[in-house]
Ligand binder design. Structure first.
Ligand code: SAH
Length: 349
């Protein structure tokens, strides 16, 4: 008996129990499910035909079984070895994924949506509009693709590519579980980054995941935050910080705050002092991100001296802080720009 429902879904969308059922529907012995799981998640099989331990006849008869893998539409490699990918999904949507290698780690920056509806003023993705949520397997596929391209195991995943993860919470949580259980990446090595949405931080907290949680703050007061992030009008800084306190209580995990430094806008000494006051008593860590210039906005990146001053002021006020320089700038500037630039290129040719 075959059940049409499990047959049409891409194999990467199936739980292990569903894979077992599918294998038995294919009249194969149960141990094939474990092999299939291993080939999908560890060896990066792109079709059943790749799975050389399977009987040839079965492989040939199952060529049209969808797996759920994207294709690399474009790839650029920066001098620092960061690789940026534009991946093409089954419906021809294009999403960005970044692979960031270091000696000890291979970090993947994944997208959670095609585009993003939040329209933050400094963000290239936000300028390009929103198409749809990604399915969990389309998130996992990004990690498998980077793993395959680098021929090296991925150690960390950050949800800092296109999209707002909390607008796609269910699929993001499913992806987190799959990255943890199927791909084998530790929960603490997975980071969910959000601009914050009413009610959503509580929902995420209730899953009690052991992931790292990052909040894009970017401003030390409500007025400034509204200027940069349109959705902040409906969700105040004080509500957001209250929800972060509740998150810490429920999960027992600290929160990371991300703060883009925009010259003359939010990087003055008074902003640093105000930020320190907002975060007093918080179990938190601040990541300062010097702005990556994008064509569609007029902001400037502050000088190194300004960045250092901002950091020192926070330290003087006992705030744990580090500066995160984005890598791979040469590959196509900030996140969101690769798609725009490749689209421009394709249009010009
Ligand atoms: N929507 C989520 C995750 C995607 S953005 C969020 O807002 O957190 C990941 C991080 O990159 C966020 O902190 C975002 O504000 C930051 N970012 C976006 N555009 C940037 C730019 N031009 N320069 C530096 N950081 C940027």
């Amino acid at each position: 008996m075959t059940s049409p429902q499990t047959q049409q879904k891409p194999l990467l969308e199936l739980s292990f129990a569903d894979l077992q059922q599918w294998v038995s529907e294919q009249n194969q012995p149960p141990y094939r499910a474990k092999q299939l799981h291993q080939w999908l998640y560890q060896k990066g099989a792109r079709s059943l035909n790749d799975i050389t331990v399977f009987p040839k006849k079965w492989r040939e008869n199952s060529l049209d079984t969808p797996i759920g893998r994207s294709t690399i539409h474009h790839r650029s490699i920066a001098p620092d070895a960061t690789r940026k990918y534009l991946l093409k999904l089954a419906d021809d949507s294009l999403i960005e994924t970044v692979g960031i290698p270091s000696k000890k780690r291979l970090t993947v920056c994944v997208s959670s949506q095609v585009g993003c509806p939040m329209a933050c003023d400094f963000c290239a993705t936000g300028k390009g509009g929103y198409t749809r949520n990604l399915k969990a397997y389309e998130i996992v596929d990004q990690v498998l693709t980077v793993q395959e391209d680098f021929q090296r195991r991925v150690s960390n995943v950050v949800f800092m590519g296109m999209g707002e993860p909390l607008l796609n919470l269910e699929e993001v949580v499913k992806a987190v579980k799959s990255l943890n259980q199927d791909v084998g990446i530790g929960a603490r090595s997975l980071t969910i980054s959000t601009v914050g949405l009413p009610g959503k931080i509580r929902q995420l907290a209730d899953y009690k995941l052991q992931v790292t949680f990052a909040v894009s703050l970017h401003a030390s007061n409500q007025k400034l935050r509204e200027q940069l992030i349109p959705s902040a009008k409906h969700y105040t800084l004080s509500q957001l910080l209250d929800d972060c306190r509740e998150y810490i209580e429920i999960t027992g995990r600290r929160v990371s705050f991300e703060y883009i430094l925009l010259a003359g806008t939010n990087d003055l000494p008074e902003h640093a002092i105000e930020l320190a006051q907002q975060l007093r008593g918080f179990q938190s860590h601040v990541n300062l991100i010097p702005y990556n210039p994008i064509d569609e906005a007029d902001y400037q990146r502050p000088s190194d001296r300004r960045i250092e001053t901002f950091q020192s002021l926070l330290q003087e006020h006992h705030i744990a802080v580090s500066v995160r320089y984005s890598r791979g700038l040469e590959a196509n500037a900030a996140c969101g720009q690769l798609r725009t630039n490749v689209e421009k290129l394709t249009m010009n040719n």
